[in-house]
Design a protein around this ligand. Structure first.
Ligand SMILES: Nc1ncnc2c1ncn2[C@@H]1O[C@H](COP(=O)(O)OP(=O)(O)OP(=O)(O)O)[C@@H](O)[C@H]1O
Length: 228
């Protein structure tokens, strides 16, 4: 469902972030992307949701070629992909409920369906009782659970998370990981760029290691493989 072939990315300032990447990820997989700072992990995941465009090579996401996709079709691609960021990116003036409902309003979901879908997803992440709170009234872990809820409310086939536990303490991070595991258990593909050795070595999944824009390791139930 995610296929990258000979993918290169050079930014406009001349920095080459990816140097010939080949990846095949199937529906339902859980994949960690690891590697040193500046290795190209964020660039790799941003290519998957077409935040950046490849300089060369082919990227097929769910049957769509993201290099040749027409600009007006990009929103349809994005609907199939939920994205979770390190810094949550919630709208600060909207309530938890409204932050999640917004993701459905922009895709013109029928208003009568929105309430049930938002409450269902809040139940999944364990925040039904905080629907009326604004982000500032929540802990970091709760805010991240809201952002996961927002990413999955639309039932995307793929969830991409770039350092989702980077701003959270270890205990909170385990809770977030449980949520991602539940999302994955429902059949959603999860791709997670992370610097967390503890998480990768404890919750064993496929590990793709990137160094200097190249994949240097791709192992099922792999190890983090770097000293912290
Ligand atoms: N928008 C950009 N414009 C120019 N260069 C960029 C841009 N984004 C990233 N880079 C460069 O591309 C390289 C890879 O960056 P990237 O953010 O993908 O690495 P990373 O592995 O995610 O790093 P980290 O673990 O520190 O987040 C780095 O040299 C970085 O400076």
């Amino acid at each position: 469902m995610i296929n990258m072939k000979d993918v290169y990315k050079t930014y406009s300032n001349g920095v080459t972030a990816l140097n010939g990447i080949n990846i095949d990820i199937d529906q339902g997989e859980f994949v960690y992307i690891v590697g040193p700072s500046g290795a190209g992990k964020s660039t790799l995941v941003k290519l998957m949701y077409r935040e950046v465009k490849p300089s060369d090579g082919t990227i097929i996401i769910n049957g769509t070629d993201v290099k040749t996709i027409k600009e007006r079709k990009v929103p349809f691609l994005r609907r199939q992909i939920g994205v979770v960021f390190q810094d949550f990116k919630l709208l600060p003036k909207l309530s938890v409920y409204e932050n999640i409902a917004f993701a459905l309003e922009v895709i013109e979901e029928q208003p009568r369906n929105i309430r049930k879908r938002v409450m269902d997803v809040l139940e999944l992440v364990g925040l039904k009782n905080k629907a009326r709170f604004i982000p500032d009234e929540l802990s970091g872990g709760e805010q991240q659970r809201v952002s996961i809820a927002r990413a999955i409310v639309n039932h995307p086939k793929i969830v991409i998370a770039d350092e989702p536990t980077g701003n959270l303490d270890p205990e909170t991070s385990w809770g977030i990981m449980r949520t991602f595991e539940e999302v994955n258990a429902r059949g959603t593909t999860v791709i997670m760029a992370t610097h967390s050795k503890e998480i990768v070595n404890t919750i064993k999944k496929r590990v793709i290691a990137v160094e200097d824009g190249l994949i240097v390791r791709d192992e099922q139930r792999g190890e983090y493989g770097y000293e912290v």
